[in-house]
Design a protein around this ligand. Structure first.
Ligand SMILES: [Zn+2]
Length: 65
């Protein structure tokens, strides 16, 4: 999953493991968020369920995973 740091605008991606971790959090709690850390400035970027819903592949994972 592609993300963009909201502090320094560095694009980075979540690993499969991180995506799975986030999915688990969203399944347990729909309002949960997952903290992804920017590789450049190391600040936490909030990944929400909405990020997953914007991508057809990840939306499917939310519903059927
Ligand atoms: Zn950053």
């Amino acid at each position: 999953m592609q993300l963009k740091c909201s502090f320094c605008s560095t694009p980075f991606s979540l690993s499969k493991e991180q995506v799975n971790e986030a999915l688990e959090a969203f399944k347990a709690d729909k309002t949960a968020h997952y903290d992804a850390y920017c590789p450049k400035c190391r600040r936490a970027i909030k990944v929400t369920r909405r990020h997953f819903q914007m991508s057809p592949i990840h939306r499917r994972m939310l519903n059927f995973g």
